[in-house]
Structures are given as C-alpha cells and as structure tokens.
Design a protein around this ligand. Structure first.
Ligand SMILES: Cc1cc2nc3c(=O)[nH]c(=O)nc-3n(C[C@H](O)[C@H](O)[C@H](O)COP(=O)(O)O)c2cc1C
Length: 197
C-alpha cells in the first residue's frame, strides 16, 4: 500500500505514484491562481505529443476574479457552476479541426481530439506537481461557451478544466460532499488484451 493513498487508488502493478495521485476533487479554496501558475499549466500542455506535431490544442483561460472566468462558469451546466466557481482558474480545452495539406487546402485532422486529450492530461499532472488539482468538465452549454470564448469556425470545444487549490470536502453542498473521494479503476485485465481483443 502507498501511504496517503486510499484503497480505491491502489495500483495493481508498480507505477509512478503521480498517476493514482491525480484525481478530480470538486472542493476548491477560491484562491485565484497567479498568472505564472496558469502559464506553468499551459506550458505543460504545450509539450504534449501530436500527429505530425500539428499541436491542434487551443486553450482559453481565465483566472477567478476576471470577467471572463464568470462568463465561462455561467456556461457550465448541472452542478458544475456551483463547485467550479471556486476554482482558481478555468481553462477551455478546444482544438482546431483541420490541418493544412502541402497544397494549402484544409483537411480533417483525425487525431485532433486524441492529441488534445494528451495536452489536458499533461496540464492535470502539472497541476498535481504544483500542489494543485485539475477537474475536467464535459457538462457545458456548447453554443453558450462557444459564444463566450469567440470560438473560431473549424474548432471544437472538448471540455472546461477547473484548476485550483483543494478545499475541504465539508465546504461542498451535501450531495457533492458524499462524492468527494478518489474513484477506483477497472483492472488492467479488463482494459488491456494480449495480442488481440
Ligand atoms: C472529458 C471529461 C468530462 C468530464 N465531465 C465532468 C463534468 O461535467 N462534471 C464533473 O463533475 N466531472 C466531470 N468529469 C470528471 C470525471 O467524472 C472523472 O475524471 C472520473 O470520474 C474519474 O475520476 P478521477 O478524475 O478523480 O480519477 C469529466 C472528466 C472528463 C475527462
């Protein structure tokens, strides 16, 4: 057992502790992130790998206290605006849908979502390395958020990431408090096959 790690988060095989140590809490202290902290998170995302090094990810950020933060928060749906409003920053994770051909035409980038997923994970792991937590949200009003961030044509929003300093679970509304615990995972044998499905 790794100390400080709940049973649900114990790996089946030896792994770098940064992986099970990353999780998605909802309680944030409300401390606004410094711009230097946001830049460190974006820098981590920047170094993600991508097909043909196209770097399709596009990240729109705002720090708590800025007007843009409130606009992003208001485009979240369900419970998300309640807890994410206490994050130190919000990052809208989008991607450019196309890549240029040698002839200058734009064709669909089939790996844009895959590559952008790698960038978000880099950001999340950098957050943990800085003593912060990142929590992705797919629950947002697609049109409302696109308008809020002036999403250009040919781009897709994948999620909004709340980043900040973790707060106490008992600061959350009761329904969310009960869910404020790191989740388990399927065993490796269920998600990985030797040789073929
Ligand atoms: C693309 C994506 C969308 C998500 N959407 C939401 C969301 O709208 N609201 C929420 O509270 N959590 C959301 N989550 C968080 C997941 O529920 C969480 O990552 C998952 O349960 C695994 O838990 P962990 O991140 O703590 O390991 C989302 C995560 C991802 C990657």
């Amino acid at each position: 057992m790794t100390p400080d790690q709940p049973a649900a988060r114990q790996p089946d095989h030896p792994v770098d502790p940064q992986f099970p140590a990353r999780w998605s809490p909802r309680s944030f202290t409300g401390r606004e992130l410094a711009e230097t902290e946001v830049m460190a998170l974006l820098e981590a995302a920047r170094w993600a790998p991508s097909a043909s090094n196209q770097q399709p990810w596009r990240l729109v950020w705002a720090r708590r206290g800025e007007a843009e933060f409130a606009v992003m928060r208001d485009a979240l749906t369900g419970n998300n605006p309640v807890w994410a409003g206490r994050a130190g920053a919000l990052v809208v994770v989008a991607s450019k849908d196309t890549v240029p051909t040698r002839e200058g035409a734009e064709v669909a980038n089939r790996t844009a979502g895959f590559d952008t997923g790698a960038a978000w994970m880099s950001l999340a792991l950098q957050a943990r390395a800085m003593g912060l937590f990142a929590h992705a949200m797919g629950g947002f009003d697609r049109d409302g958020l696109a308008a809020a961030v002036a999403l250009p044509r040919g781009h897709t929003i994948h999620c909004v990431v709340a980043v900040g300093e973790q707060g106490p679970a008992d600061a959350l509304p009761e329904d969310l408090r009960a869910r404020e615990t790191p989740s388990a995972r399927k065993p490796v044998a269920e998600i990985a096959m030797h040789g073929r499905f």
